[in-house]
Every structure is written in C-alpha cells, then in structure tokens.
Design a binder for this molecule. Structure first.
Ligand SMILES: *Cc1c(COP(=O)(O)O)cnc(C)c1O
Length: 425
C-alpha cells in the first residue's frame, strides 16, 4: 500500500509528513481535544452530497440522508441546511432530525419494526412517507392512522432479490432477508394497501444492501422495480415516487466504487429508456455522504512485540470503531506525523477485553508509544454505533470547516454514563 494514497477525497492530506483535515493539523486537534477523537471535514460531506445533486440536475429527485450512518446533530443540521431530507429508522432518529432543524415533511420512515407509538408520533407530525416492510405492518399502520383520523402516506419496501455483492451482514435485498416484501408478494401487498382506508399509496422503494461498489446490482434492482411499477399501475394503483434506497460504497482500501453522479448517469439512462424518466425519484444514501469525510484520531499506548504477533495497542477500541469486530471491515490506519524508521508488522488493537477488539490486522507501522494514528474512512457507522462497553465513555467529535474547528460532541464523562442508573435501597 502506498502510504501517501489517502482515500479521503478533500477530507485528509499530508503536507510534508504532517496530516491535515482541511486547513487544520490533526495533531493540534488531538492536543486540544484529546483522543480518541472523531474529526470530520465539512467540505468533504458537502462534496459527497454535491455528487448526488449533480447527478440529479434537471430531474425531479431528492436526497434523503440515511442518518443511521452518522446521526450527530451538527451533521444533520449541515445536511438539512444543504437541502437534504432524512431517512429515519426509529422514533429516536425522528426526534434527532427534528432537533437538528428538519421539517416533518422532509422525513421518510424506514425499518422492519416500527412500533405503534412511533407510528403515531410520525403521523401526528405529518412525515413525508412510511416505507412499509411487511403486510402485518400495513394493518397496524392503517389502524393507528384510522384512530387518528388521518391517512398514512405509504411506500412498500420491495425486496428485488438481487445480490449486491457485498458483505452478508449488509446485504438486504436477497430472498431470506428480514427486510422488505418479497417481489412475488408485492402486487398483493399493494392491493391490500390500496384497499385500507387509513393508507394512501404514494410510492415504492428498495434498498438492496450497503457498501456496494458495482453498478450491476443497481441496474438489476431497477429493472425488477420498474417491472413491478408497471404491474401495480396496471392494477389501477398509481405510484408517484420511486425510492432506490442507499448503499453506494466508499473507499476503505482499494475499492473502486462509481461516483454518485456516474452511477446515476447509468441509472437515469435506464429509467429514460424504460419510459420512467419523469418520475419523482428518491434516494437514501448514508455511508457515501459521510464515510470518507471522517477520521478517528487515536494515541498509541503500548507496543507489545510477541512470538507470533506484534501488537500496537491504541486508545480507541471496538466500542468507538465497531466495524472491524462486526464485519471484519478494513480501515486504513496512518500516522498523524510520518516518521522515518523501520516499520513493524502488527495488529492494531484496542484496550477492550475481547479478542475481537482489533482495528487493523498485519499492518506495517513505524509507530512508538505516544504517537498519534488516524483511522481513516471513519465518518460512517462508527460514532453512530459506538457503545459504552467496558464503561468507556464515547469519544468527542469535531467538525473542521477550513481553518475553523467546531466541537460538535463533548467527550462523554463518567457522570454521563452513570446518570440513568440507581443503586438498590
Ligand atoms: C442503512 C439504510 C440506508 C443507507 O445505507 P448506506 O449503505 O449507508 O447508503 C438507506 N436506506 C435504508 C432503508 C437503510 O436501512
């Protein structure tokens, strides 16, 4: 691996041997705010969004950011101000986007297990659409909406049964997935939805998986979806919008995902060719808007040479960066200050008491205790998945804008962690 090749777009670069995020030295951020520390580039997030907006220029299309990728309030605020809607998957995410300044009409609600309580709150607020994932959910949503005297706008999440060619834990569009309504059952479910008085059919959606680096699964899914739209409309049920979900991959190592505008050039050509070019389009990207815009800065605590393996023990762990433990995912790990000297091949691991607590395996690093490292491509599915395992406080987060630094989340204190607990009498 060429250590000067950083997969971060505008987010991260070396000047000489010194790592920067935009115009700020990463080492200065670590000194001021401590480690582990998430650092995000505002410009990189907006550049990622622009690629979608460019791809959709002149079309009736809208980006709904899937905030489970990174739901920190300031990041939601940034995307709300840039014109995004939001794709939520829980009542907690609903309250979060409202707190960040989003309007209910800019929210779509996905997820297989919405509770009545969550449905009621979203209906009272008047969200844009519910992405419904099963026939029983249609019945419950109908009952809740009828009870409130409203009609719930619904889109059915259809499972197009295409293989996204990604990790099994982040494949969602295959038969056997808990997500979506099977392609063969979709027409029946649409007939059911159209007949229920508390529902109003507005669209169709799919989301086939995540970290997709290949255009073909998207093209296949689109064909399968358009076949269904044709059949559903032939049954007299108009489909106002088509939502193609999220899933576009980013660069962690040597992946070569299409840019969002290049992907959509291909997809729009297919839509046009099949006569659906003027349809209202929605997309729900998460990872591709934030993943490459963030890093996690960490300090080397100990080097621990061993007979079979060398270990580099850092102060970030699986509770901060869960992706390697959860999906055996790869993140590049680079020095904040490049130094000369022999590299040692080591596993980069955290302090958590689990063998699964590794961040990188067999990495060549010339680091010493006290050095700072940056774990790259850490903007998505890191902080939003962070936990307090081992009673570790969650990291702080800063957003860099040129030479300006905004603290967007304080480091979690032990008081924060103990707040909701009580001792026995
Ligand atoms: C997770 C998710 C997304 C976003 O996926 P990315 O791979 O992060 O783009 C979009 N839609 C739904 C329904 C999701 O569950």
């Amino acid at each position: 691996m060429n250590p000067t090749h950083l997969p971060q777009g505008p987010a991260v670069r070396y000047e000489g041997d010194v790592l920067f995020v935009e115009d700020v030295r990463v080492a200065d951020l670590a000194r001021e705010h401590g480690t582990p520390l998430f650092v995000y580039s505002r410009a990189a997030m907006l550049a990622a969004l622009s690629a979608y907006q460019r791809g959709f220029a002149g079309r009736k299309a809208r980006v709904f950011y899937a905030l489970k990728a990174n739901s920190s309030l300031a990041i939601l605020q940034l995307f709300a101000r840039a014109g995004c809607g939001f794709d939520i998957v829980s009542g907690g995410e609903l309250e979060r986007v409202l707190a960040a300044g989003a309007q209910p009409a800019d929210i779509i609600f996905s997820g297989v297990g919405k509770t009545r309580h969550e449905m009621r709150r979203a209906l009272e607020l008047g969200i844009h659409c519910f992405n419904v994932e099963s026939e029983p959910e249609l019945e419950v949503l109908n009952a809740v909406a009828t009870g409130l005297g409203v009609r719930a706008p619904v889109s059915l999440r259809v499972n197009p049964d295409v293989n996204p060619l990604t990790h099994p834990y982040i494949s969602t569009g295959l038969k056997g997935s808990k997500f979506g309504i099977a392609h063969k059952d979709a027409l029946r479910a649409y007939r059911q939805a159209a007949a229920l008085p508390g529902l109003r059919v507005v669209g169709i959606d799919c989301h086939i998986g995540s970290q997709i680096t290949n255009v073909t699964p998207y093209l296949d899914a689109m064909d399968r979806m358009l076949d269904l739209v044709t059949a559903i409309e032939a049954a007299g049920i108009p489909i106002a919008h088509i939502d193609f979900g999220g899933g576009l991959g980013i660069v962690y190592n040597d992946e070569q995902p299409p840019a969002a505008d290049a992907l959509w050039q291909r997809l729009l050509a297919k839509l046009d060719a099949r006569g659906f070019g003027d349809r209202q389009l929605l997309v729900e990207p998460g990872r591709s808007l934030v993943g490459n815009a963030g890093i996690c800065v960490t300090e080397v605590l100990y080097l621990k040479p061993g007979e079979q393996k060398n270990f580099c023990i850092i102060d970030a762990a699986m509770n901060d960066l869960p992706r390697p433990a959860m999906y055996e995912a790869f993140h590049q790990i680079v020095p904040v200050q490049r130094r000369a000297g022999a590299a040692m091949v080591c596993d980069v691991v955290g302090p958590v008491c689990e063998s699964g607590d590794w961040i990188g395996r067999d990495r060549a690093l010339s680091a010493q205790a006290g050095d700072l490292l940056a774990v790259l491509s850490a903007g998505a599915y890191c902080m939003s998945m962070a936990s307090n395992y081992n009673s570790r406080g969650r990291a702080a987060e800063v957003l860099v804008d040129g030479s300006q630094v905004h603290v967007i989340r304080e480091r979690e204190s032990i008081e924060d962690q103990l707040r909701n607990e009580t001792l026995l009498p």
